[in-house]
Ligand binder design. Structure first.
Ligand SMILES: Cc1cc2nc3c(=O)[nH]c(=O)nc-3n(C[C@H](O)[C@H](O)[C@H](O)COP(=O)(O)O)c2cc1C
Length: 369
């Protein structure tokens, strides 16, 4: 065990990822025509050359009026652009999962289980049963398109209070039919999505899901307040056919429940028995939300990495997703492997675009420069 174990391969349903480092999904490229540009593909290629084993793409919405990201969409005109991304990653020795995203009622005028966001704001309509069936089919269709475009797998975005998570979460799911009510009812939509995706893509294609306790604009949410409650949520996901869980937290080291120093990913791994990805402020001293608010992030250096290795070594998680640190420094993983901690670029600036604070990956030069 030890540091080098982070650089051993992991195989999921025949897909071998050369090491345990994942580039976290991050919306950044915003092309006017919604088609991934050559620069977008090169961006992923740079991270793979810089040591990342698996890219999870920026959240990508599906081809339907109810879901519309200005950053990335999966629709026929964009297929060649996505193919350029999968080719770039594969040619450089990496694997790439497409993150399939539907924002549900977070989109003004859209729809969700009850039209409510997780924070309790009414922003859209409640979905009819027919609309639910249509969106389940859309997930299956989109996952199969991803397979045909050369993606190595898909990650269903079931976190952060977006559509699938809106069904899971009681405040945003106030339905009284079979898609609401108790946990089994609230999980029905997500489980039907997983089963439909599995049926569409076959047995050789990894299907992951990102999950979280926190929700957008509701960072303290903790729907699963005890290990038993969390277990009751995780086991049906496993039974439905999820291969890997991406346990989204703001800080990977933060204890999830009292009486143990296990973080969210540690608990997800222990309770589900599934391969699990940890994430949250890896290599940096402030979390994502502070970065969006303009706080500069600094490298936690060797000390931060030692804590990551300690937890990985004791089996808390199987992979590590790195977000901002690999945005700032595409070579971050290689530098870590070579213990070039002093060379890691470490600061972020933020910019405002039309009133929204957007992270910009312009960084200060490395400390040693
Ligand atoms: C610019 C930016 C865009 C993001 N977009 C997404 C996204 O599309 N899907 C998603 O699940 N998470 C998204 N996230 C969250 C990241 O995947 C990750 O969980 C978060 O940044 C924490 O990791 P870090 O502390 O290493 O940056 C985004 C984060 C950033 C900074």
């Amino acid at each position: 065990m030890g540091f080098e174990t982070l650089f051993t391969p992991l195989t999921i349903r025949g897909c071998t990822i050369r090491n345990r480092f994942v580039m976290a999904p991050m919306q950044r490229h915003k092309p006017d025509d919604f088609i991934p540009s050559p620069a977008h593909a090169e961006d992923y290629r740079d991270r793979v050359k810089g040591g990342v084993g698996l890219i999870v793409t920026q959240g990508t919405t599906m081809d339907h009026w109810s879901t519309f990201s200005p950053y990335a969409r999966l629709f026929p005109a964009a297929y060649d652009g996505w193919r350029r991304c999968t080719d770039a990653v594969r040619e450089s020795g990496g694997q790439i999962f497409l993150q399939l995203w539907h924002e549900g009622a977070n989109r003004e005028g859209g729809y969700g289980p009850s039209g409510y966001t997780a924070a309790g704001e009414l922003r859209g309509q409640a979905m009819s049963r027919e609309q639910i069936a249509e969106i389940i089919d859309l997930y299956a269709y989109s996952a199969d398109v991803a397979r045909k475009l050369g993606f190595s797998g898909v990650e269903l975005h079931g976190a952060h209070g977006h559509l699938i998570d809106q069904f899971f979460y009681p405040a945003s799911n106030q339905r009284t039919d079979e898609y609401g009510g108790d946990l089994a009812g609230r999980m029905r939509f997500g489980l039907e999505v997983i089963r439909a995706v599995r049926a569409a893509v076959g047995e050789d294609f990894p299907v992951g899901m990102r999950i979280s306790q926190w929700k957008a604009n509701l960072y303290q949410a903790k729907p699963f307040a005890t290990p038993d409650a969390l277990r009751a949520f995780l086991l049906p996901l496993k039974e439905a056919g999820i291969d890997i869980l991406h346990a989204s937290a703001r800080r990977f080291w933060e204890p999830e429940f009292e009486g143990s120093d296990l973080g969210y990913a540690g608990w997800v791994r222990r309770l589900s028995g599934l391969p699990t990805i940890a994430v949250g402020s890896v290599g940096l001293d402030v979390d994502m939300h502070s970065s969006f608010a303009g706080v500069l992030a600094h490298s936690t250096g060797e000390e931060g990495v030692n804590e990551l290795v300690r937890r990985f070594d004791r089996g808390d998680f199987d992979m590590v997703a790195v977000g901002r640190a690999v945005l700032i420094d595409p070579e971050w993983v290689n530098k870590l492997r070579n213990k070039r901690f002093g060379d890691m670029r470490e600061s972020l600036t933020t910019v405002e675009i039309r009133g929204t604070t957007v992270l910009k990956n312009y960084s200060l030069p490395p400390k040693s420069a």
